[in-house]
Write a protein that binds this ligand. Structure first.
Ligand code: BTN
Length: 248
């Protein structure tokens, strides 16, 4: 199989589109979108697995051109591209961004993003980013129940099946548009779409520690600013966030 010229690469089954993009990085032009029908080793954030049966979108977008593109911008681009694409298929649904990398509809996740950087062999210099996006497109309630996950899909939102090729095409257009934007504009949109800003939340760290506070702001470098008590701010660059439900 020869890649490089084509900007949209379609694979049947692969271990992970992100791994594939990283391994074959040199063969792909900037702006290439690689999609697979299913994945056998789909990767999620924090070393989790991303369940990847046929029916959904598994996509990795290759960014090469921007010298020094902040990794956080890659994740903004991936989430916003998923968000905009979902909105164009289900305009009546209420999609929103959940810091740091998810798209939700109501209280359920519909899309997650995993960005990974690429460096040439024997070099520490990052020469590109892979934006990996998983979107639940045609998953049925039964599929979700069988997988034992809490999630929704475009099918559940709209009651109809979506053409995956069409979804991939629009996702690709959105990625190309967003990756042409400057960091400041992306940051403005990113903040506007983060629904939990201003709310009382819990941040759960990888070591299990939970910190509660008000989601006060998102710093320009993407970190979550948590107001603890009256005057203390703590900054987080990763973590799982949930709404803190008052117990009294
Ligand atoms: C998360 O929410 O944990 C991120 C999930 C990212 C999944 C996508 S599917 C396409 C790409 N290839 C992978 O192995 N992972 C990402």
């Amino acid at each position: 199989m020869k890649h490089g010229k084509e900007k949209l690469v379609h694979l049947e089954t692969i271990d992970s589109t992100n791994l594939f993009a990283l391994k074959n990085f040199a063969e792909f032009a900037d702006g290439t979108l690689i999609i697979a029908d299913s994945q056998t080793n789909g990767r999620g954030r924090r070393g989790r697995k991303w369940i990847s049966p046929p029916a959904n979108i598994y996509a990795s977008y290759v960014i090469k051109k921007q010298e020094g593109l902040a990794p956080v911008c890659a994740s903004w681009i991936g989430c916003l591209a998923s968000l905009n694409t979902l909105r164009s298929f289900a305009p009546k649904s209420d999609f929103w961004i959940k810091w740091p990398n998810d798209v939700f509809s109501g209280s359920k996740k519909i899309s997650g993003v995993l960005c990974e950087s690429h460096s040439a062999q024997n070099s520490n210099r990052v020469d590109g980013m892979i934006i990996g996006m998983g979107v639940d497109v045609n998953l049925t309630p039964k599929d979700i129940e069988n997988a034992g996950i809490s999630a929704t899909s475009l099918f559940i939102e709209t009651g109809k099946k979506t053409d995956i090729a069409k979804f991939a095409e629009i996702l690709h257009d959105n990625l190309l548009t967003l990756s042409d934007m400057d960091q400041e504009s992306l940051y403005e949109i990113w903040k506007r779409e983060n629904r939990l800003l201003g709310k009382k939340i819990l941040v759960r760290l990888e070591n299990g520690e939970e910190i509660s506070g008000i989601f006060k702001d998102i710093a320009e470098d993407g970190r979550l600013v948590l107001r603890i008590g009256q005057s203390r701010n703590r900054y987080f660059s990763s973590g799982d966030v949930s709404l803190e439900i008052p117990t009294d």
